[in-house]
Ligand binder design. Structure first.
Ligand code: DAH
Length: 360
């Protein structure tokens, strides 16, 4: 601004104040920050300003002249101070705004989503079956996956010349002195023998776990799969107990209206042996176009039977004193039947689009 304006000089005071005022108005408007504004303010109304000089000059004036001049000077000074005050507030508000913007934290920014896992469907099925049997008074037992052929076969009345032992579908482990003495268990049944060896009757156990067979992978076979073994041994267990127990399991697992039927079968470690079918939970029975049972009306569920006396002898039980039943459930099959899954390979593909369909 024009700080040379001289309000004490020969120019008419009125005219000089007008000049000062207009110079200050544009100076205030142009001030882009608080320091510049303060400089403009000091230049117009500060101690060294034309206004201050004019006030000092008032003393030299005659009394009536002084009153008019004084009022004029005050009016312009007030006007300028008001203008400066207004602009100062504006600039302070802008500065605050800038500060807030500079310090702002964007709380809407994406964060790394915490992905929680869930139990695999096979584990869910295993837990569900074990829970049902726990409710019937069964304990959970476990055995090793690398197993002695003795427990996997011999103790279970499976003699050396049995087809299952001919290396066809068994994966032997090169360990120990006895060739073919150690293997990856081909079923969970050896847990029966191990448990009975360690515990006196009565025995009521389910034993979940992995089993291994040298099978070629197809829609219903994997070399590693899951079973749940069941064993009940007591003083007077009958085939009716077996059927009643499995019927109760089927009702709890598939629904209260589920029927069961048994067909004769063969297993080395049970006599008699049977396969258990459950009535299809998805249709009204045989003859339908049901995709679950393919119109048969029944679903093959598991193998079972009365424990062979030779098994009791192998583990040191007296076959004259106790009887028992056993069963083996294929967990993958259970899941496939329950959920209409068309290939066992889905369980190991690790495709989350498949897995996410079973949140548990
Ligand atoms: N271990 C048999 C298998 O893998 C299943 C089985 C059948 C288990 C009958 C049993 C049983 O306990 O009594 O095919």
């Amino acid at each position: 601004m024009d700080t040379t304006t001289n309000l004490t000089g020969p120019m008419n005071l009125d005219e000089s104040l007008k000049q000062l005022r207009s110079a200050t108005v544009s100076g205030v408007a142009a001030a882009a920050d608080l320091e510049t504004l303060s400089a403009v303010e000091a230049g117009a109304v500060g101690r060294e300003s034309p206004i201050a000089a004019a006030r000092r000059n008032l003393g030299k004036m005659a009394a009536d002249e002084r009153r008019d001049a004084g009022r004029l000077i005050n009016d312009v000074a007030k006007e300028i101070e008001a203008l400066v005050g207004e602009r100062r507030e504006q600039l302070q508000a802008e500065a605050r705004e800038q500060k807030i913007l500079a310090e702002a934290i964007d709380v809407t920014v994406d964060y790394a989503e915490l992905v929680t896992g869930r139990l695999h469907l096979i584990q869910q099925m295993t837990d569900e079956v074990c829970d049902i049997f726990a409710g019937l008074g069964y304990h959970i037992a476990e055995g090793p996956e690398a197993e002695l052929a003795w427990y996997n076969f011999d103790a279970l009345n499976t003699p050396v010349d049995h087809p299952a032992r001919l290396g066809m579908d068994t994966m032997y482990v090169d360990y120990g002195e006895d060739e073919n003495g150690m293997m990856l268990r081909s079923h969970t049944s050896p847990v029966q023998a191990r448990y009975m060896e360690q515990h006196e009757p009565p025995v009521y156990i389910v034993a979940p776990g992995k089993a291994y067979r040298n099978d070629t992978i197809d829609a219903s076979h994997l070399p590693v799969f899951h079973q749940i073994e069941g064993l009940a041994v007591d003083t007077s267990i009958t085939f009716s107990d077996l059927k009643g127990t499995l019927a109760e399991f089927a009702r709890q697992f598939f629904g209260s209206g589920t029927q069961v039927r048994m067909r004769p079968h063969f297993f080395p470690f049970t006599e008699p042996s049977a396969e258990l079918d459950v009535s299809c939970f998805n249709c009204d029975g045989p003859g339908s176009s049901c995709r679950v049972c393919k119109g048969v009306g029944w679903l093959e569920m598991l193998g079972c039977g009365m424990v062979d006396p030779n098994v009791f002898e192998a583990v040191g039980y007296d076959p004259e004193a106790v009887t028992g039943f056993a069963f083996g459930i294929g967990v993958e099959r259970l899941a496939m039947v329950r959920h209409g899954i068309d290939s066992i390979r889905h369980f190991v593909d690790n495709d989350v689009r498949f897995l996410n369909q079973f949140p548990g």
